[in-house]
Design a protein around this ligand. Structure first.
Ligand code: ZN
Length: 93
């Protein structure tokens, strides 16, 4: 999946390897003491966008990003991927 970032109106490129394909995973943001400071929204789950190439996890709170399936993305709308066409090792699991 690709991730479209609404404030920048651009697709997310991995901060580490500039990859454009991500897997989605819910990330629990449980913190202690936040209720006291009226910051309960910090306890909600975050949306993790995991770069399928290098494994770096980009973590989003709120709804300023959208998941977009590859078939709905025009090739020219994606940023350039400097490693496109190469096959570097993927993340270890
Ligand atoms: Zn990456």
């Amino acid at each position: 999946m690709h991730v479209f970032v609404i404030p920048t109106q651009r697709f997310l490129a991995c901060h580490v390897c500039e990859g454009l394909v991500f897997a989605q995973r819910e990330i629990k943001m449980t913190t202690t003491g936040m209720t006291f400071f009226d910051l309960d929204w910090l306890n909600k789950s975050a949306d993790g966008a995991i770069c399928v190439r290098c494994g770096y996890v980009h973590t989003f709170m709120g709804n300023a990003h959208q998941w977009v399936p590859p078939e709905q993305v025009k090739e020219g709308d994606l940023p350039a991927d400097p490693l496109a066409g190469t096959t570097p090792p993927g993340p270890v699991d």
